[in-house]
Structure formats: C-alpha cells, structure tokens
Design a protein around this ligand. Structure first.
Ligand code: CO
Length: 209
C-alpha cells in the first residue's frame, strides 16, 4: 500500500462536506488563523484535540507529545508556546492529559533503557514527589488515575514558569493556563481547577500545595 488511497478518499469527503456547509471556508482560512486556544495534549490516538472540544480547523493551535509533558529544554514545545502566545496571541493554554495514559503507566515500570524512558523519567519524578499521597491510594488503577492528574497539574505549573508566559503576564497580556483531563471511557473532559492567569495566582496556587 504505497499511497494509502483510503485516506485520500476520506480527506476528499471531509473537505467537500465542510465546503458545502460553509462555501469559501478553506479559502478564507488560508489567509490567516486566529485560534484562541493552545492545546498541549498527549499523542494518544484516542484523544484527538479538535474533535473532543468540537472545534474547527483554525480554532485550536496544537502541540502533542507522549504524556503531555512540558519541559524547559524542549525547544519544540517552547517554540509552539512562543508562537501561540506572542504571535497568535491565544488567550488560553490548555494542558489536557487523559486517564489511562500509557506514558504515565510506563513511567513507573522498571527501566527498559529505551529513549522514551528518559522522556518518561519526568513523570517518575512527579510520582516520587507525590509519593506520600499516592501511597495512600490502595487501588492501583485509582493511583494511576491520580498520577495522570498530578502530571497535568505539574505541567500546568511548568507552562506558567516558562519565560514566555512570565513575559506575557508581565506585560498584562490576558492569558490563562488550564489543566484538564479526558476520560477515555466516556469521552468527557474534566477541569482539574488549576486555572492560572497571573504570576500572583500562580504563586498562591502552587505555594499552598
Ligand atoms: Co497518553
């Protein structure tokens, strides 16, 4: 299968459906984009950013990686955040993880010495940091669910601590960072209530933890 013909057929049907409902949609969109949201999510195929929140092309700027991790030396992720905040002027950054995340689960397994272990090491450190809380959860699946949530909260904190977001807040640019989790079993999003929209709010929220 050298051409993946079925995907081109699906693409054609998709483009035609949108064009017939909204004539000129693609031409108009090709001129510029004004997304209000940056989505930082997991690469998992079951968590498709636009579909989950019912947004069309042009409405969501997206960065995805294994287990939705934001690291201060990841220039791929930082470049996306910088472009979204400084050029597109998004008003919201959403870090969205999901329950049952394979990356989160794998982070606690014994080291296999693969490249991804280095990546997932960041989550292992989160588990170590919150060991007291996690060790009190006796059911493994529930403990894993909590680690999925804690990972998102830590990544929200990391986004807030980037120089990009710090600079945006210091010039009073409206920008909120959210932490959400998606349920694979019911298709629903849950707000982890860590929305942070200023440096003061970040200090208040993360220092009381
Ligand atoms: Co995942």
């Amino acid at each position: 299968m050298r051409t993946l013909k079925h995907l081109f057929e699906k693409n054609k049907a998709w483009a035609e459906k949108i064009s017939s409902a909204q004539p000129g949609f693609f031409k108009e969109l090709s001129q510029q984009q004004f997304p209000e949201y940056l989505w930082i999510g997991c690469s998992d195929s079951r968590v498709p950013a636009n579909e989950i929140v019912g947004l069309q092309p042009g409405e969501l700027f997206v960065h995805r990686n294994v287990a939705n991790i934001v690291i201060h030396t990841d220039f791929n992720c930082l470049s996306v955040i910088e472009y979204a905040v400084e050029v597109l002027r998004v008003k919201n950054i959403i870090v969205c993880g999901h329950y049952g995340c394979g990356g989160v689960k794998a982070s606690l397994k014994d080291n296999q010495l693969s490249i991804s272990d280095n990546w997932l090491r960041h989550i292992r450190e989160i588990a170590q940091k919150h060991e007291t809380e996690l060790s009190q959860i006796k059911i493994e699946s529930e403990r894993m669910d909590r680690l999925c949530e804690l990972n998102i909260i830590e990544q929200v904190h990391n986004v807030c601590n980037t120089t990009i977001v710090e600079k945006a807040w210091s010039r009073n640019q409206p920008l909120a960072v959210h932490g959400w989790i998606y349920g694979l079993t019911d298709g629903l999003l849950h707000d982890l209530n860590v929305c942070t929209s200023s440096a003061e709010e970040m200090k208040t929220y993360f220092e009381r933890k």
